[in-house]
Design a protein around this ligand. Structure first.
Ligand code: ZN
Length: 335
């Protein structure tokens, strides 16, 4: 028994990483969980911080790796990120999100969308009479957002000086938090510019999901090197409490994200390259250049034909609060 215990201690010791800081809290003591790799072939580890329990990409990606990951192939090179047909489906999900927000606030409330992408989600709210503010990094998405009538857009990153006098009724971050290089600083700014009683709404990959545990380094929503860190629901709820934010609603089902998370991850396990179908749907011709067309056609057929099955599996995951992504709504305390 003692030998077994000693062996385990040696294995744990070998997995301790004292060099790479946690991407959420900066502590330099973490445990390597499993390896992963980006679509560019760069190798990383997924570590768990021994202090705040965040799961993060290690080592931190270099600026060159990030620049490459966020080039025009990320935002889509044409008029839109995806084809017209897929954008139509995405529009349905954007309008559904806008409807969910309208349950909490009424026009002419002020809403800020951090990482607003093409701004179409804000467009729905502006049409209802809300005042819509968006922040997006320079690139194709920001150019598209600039064309949405009535949208007040800042191209760049959120800073403390941006909205000195403006207080928001709601702030949204849809699949943005995990991309942030200074997440705590962003939460602090949010705390400052959100009205007392205002709402923070965010969606993000669920690192505690069944699909994350099953597919590990090949899970779609790890998305290295763009996703820098992950917090499970309970760790995120504790982390946001420090900034005066109280959880009021949680949702673990997303027809948009979760079935595809399983389907693409299965393909990642079967094929030598990751995210081939996803990149093909985005029209990333550089990535799929030289890849057999018949294989991509077969992958698309697999996606469409098995979608109902994996939508059902995603619903089961959600019942257990283990869905591949989660949407959480927090309310800022009144005082
Ligand atoms: Zn940490």
């Amino acid at each position: 028994m003692e030998t077994l215990g000693n062996q385990r201690a040696v294995v744990v010791k070998e997995r301790i990483d004292n060099i790479n800081p946690c991407a959420y809290c900066g502590t330099r003591q973490s445990l390597r969980l499993y390896p992963t790799y980006s679509i560019s072939g760069d190798n990383f580890y997924i570590n768990r911080c021994l202090d705040c329990r965040a799961v993060f990409l290690s080592p931190r990606p270099t600026q060159k790796q990030l620049d490459q990951a966020y080039d025009d192939s990320y935002y889509g090179e044409g008029e839109a990120k995806f084809s017209a047909c897929i954008e139509k489906v995405l529009d349905y999900f954007r309008s559904a999100r806008a409807r969910r927000i309208s349950r909490y606030i009424s026009p002419p409330a002020k809403i800020l969308d951090i990482g607003c992408g093409n701004g179409r989600f804000l467009g729905y709210l502006i049409n209802q009479g809300f005042e819509g503010y968006g922040i997006e990094l320079p690139g194709k998405a920001a150019q598209r957002a600039g064309q949405i009538p009535g949208l007040k857009l800042k191209v760049g990153r959120l800073t403390t000086e941006d909205f000195g006098e403006i207080f928001f009724d709601a702030i949204c971050m849809w699949h943005v938090f995990e991309h942030l290089t200074e997440p705590k600083k962003t939460l602090k700014v949010i705390q400052n510019i959100l009205k007392p009683g205002g709402y923070l709404m965010m969606s993000l990959p669920n690192i505690d999901s069944l699909q994350s545990r099953l597919f590990r380094g090949k899970w779609l929503h790890l998305d290295p090197p763009k996703h820098l860190f992950f917090l499970g629901a309970s760790d995120l709820i504790s982390a946001t409490k420090e900034f005066g934010l109280e959880l009021i609603k949680q949702r673990y089902f997303s027809l948009e994200q979760n079935p595809f998370g399983i389907q693409q991850s299965i393909l990642n396990c079967l094929l030598s390259r990751r995210e081939v179908l996803f990149e093909a749907l985005k029209g990333n011709d550089t990535y799929i250049k030289g890849y057999p067309r018949c294989s991509i056609t077969l992958q698309k057929m697999f996606y469409l034909s098995s979608f109902p099955i994996f939508a059902f599996v995603a619903a089961l995951e959600a019942i257990l609060r283990r869905g591949g992504t989660m949407e959480l709504i927090f309310r800022k305390e009144e005082t």
